[in-house]
Design a protein around this ligand. Structure first.
Ligand code: SAM
Length: 296
């Protein structure tokens, strides 16, 4: 059974994107198509949608899910940093709205073989785009100790980053670290017992998050993607970004601020959060932060 991702803050996305008749909208993080479906349903035949995802599996599922809207939808497997090319290939110059719903989908997290979850034994993979060559296994077994430490510290805010990097390097001198379980065994040795127990989050959470961000170059992609998107927006067009991590939100805030008043009008002076009710029914939404802007 595949996991359909439950889209987050759908009402808010529709409000800020505010799709207009005849407009072209790009969902840069299509996933299993939850937001895309909501946009298509809501606009009753009045808009076109381009859906982008670099995960082949996501594209397959979304195209099945959106099949009733085939004439209005184009789905493309690509990194969203290539959105300009994708849009031009559709014969378009400008776009009326962009949606980014960052991070990984339930489809990816729940497919244990892909190594995003520390709850099952799986290869240390973590690629969202399975055609990419760099995996978490590659980083863990090849990066210099200092670089590993930086990744864990910066992308995971992991306080034991230095010790973990040290233990990883010691362990990989004996044998390569190839599975989620092997990595967790190293973490168990590196993180002192009293910091492993009784915490609100599992002791592997931050390390797995950091490696995932590094493998998929998530922050670089976001920075580059947003710049390109702002350039492609038509006057009055909207951009709406949902992030799940403070580093991502900082990038969105900064990129918007840089062009505020010149290219963009900020629609959300403060970040928008999911309602209590949404967090109760979909706990995965709890860290979501939405920011939106309009092209001047
Ligand atoms: C949180 S999910 C989106 C879920 C979607 N909104 C839905 O309703 O099903 C994020 C998706 O973005 C994709 N993604 C992340 N970074 C990407 C990038 N640089 N280029 C293309 N797709 C990306 C992931 O593969 C994943 O499927």
């Amino acid at each position: 059974m595949v996991s359909l991702h439950t889209p987050v803050m759908v009402e808010e996305v529709l409000y800020y994107l505010s799709p207009r008749k005849g407009g072209v909208y790009v969902d840069c993080t299509l996933g299993t198509g939850g937001h895309a479906l909501a946009i298509l349903e809501k606009t009753e035949g009045k808009v076109k949608l381009i859906g982008i995802d670099w995960d082949e599996e996501a594209i397959k599922i979304a195209s099945q899910r959106l099949k009733n809207y085939r004439e209005r939808v184009r789905l493309v497997r690509a990194n969203f940093t290539r959105v300009e090319q994708v849009v031009k290939e559709q014969g378009l110059q400008k776009v009326d709205g962009f949606l980014y719903d960052l991070g990984i989908s339930a489809l990816q997290l729940d497919d244990f073989k892909r190594g995003f979850s520390f709850r099952k034994v799986a290869p240390l993979d973590m690629r969202m785009d399975t055609q990419q060559s760099i995996t978490a296994e590659y980083l863990v077994n090849n990066l210099p100790q200092r670089e590993l430490e930086n990744i864990l510290w910066e992308f995971g805010e992991e306080r034991w980053a230095r010790r973990i990097a040290e233990f990883i390097v010691k362990e990989r001198e004996k044998h390569s670290i190839s599975t989620t379980k092997e990595l967790i065994d190293v973490l168990r040795k590196a993180i002192p017992a009293k910091f492993r127990r009784g915490k609100r989050i599992h002791f592997a959470t931050r390390v797995f998050q950091a490696l995932r961000i590094a493998v998929n170059r998530e922050l670089d992609n976001l920075k580059m993607g947003l710049k390109v998107a702002v350039d492609l927006l038509s006057p009055g067009g909207r951009i709406c970004v949902i992030s799940y991590h403070s580093l991502e939100d900082r990038i969105v805030k900064r990129e918007f601020k840089k062009v505020e008043g010149k290219e963009l009008l900020l629609l959300t002076s403060r970040v928008v959060r999911p309602s209590r009710e949404e967090i109760r029914t979909n706990p995965r939404s709890r860290s979501a932060k939405l920011r939106a802007a309009q092209r001047l």
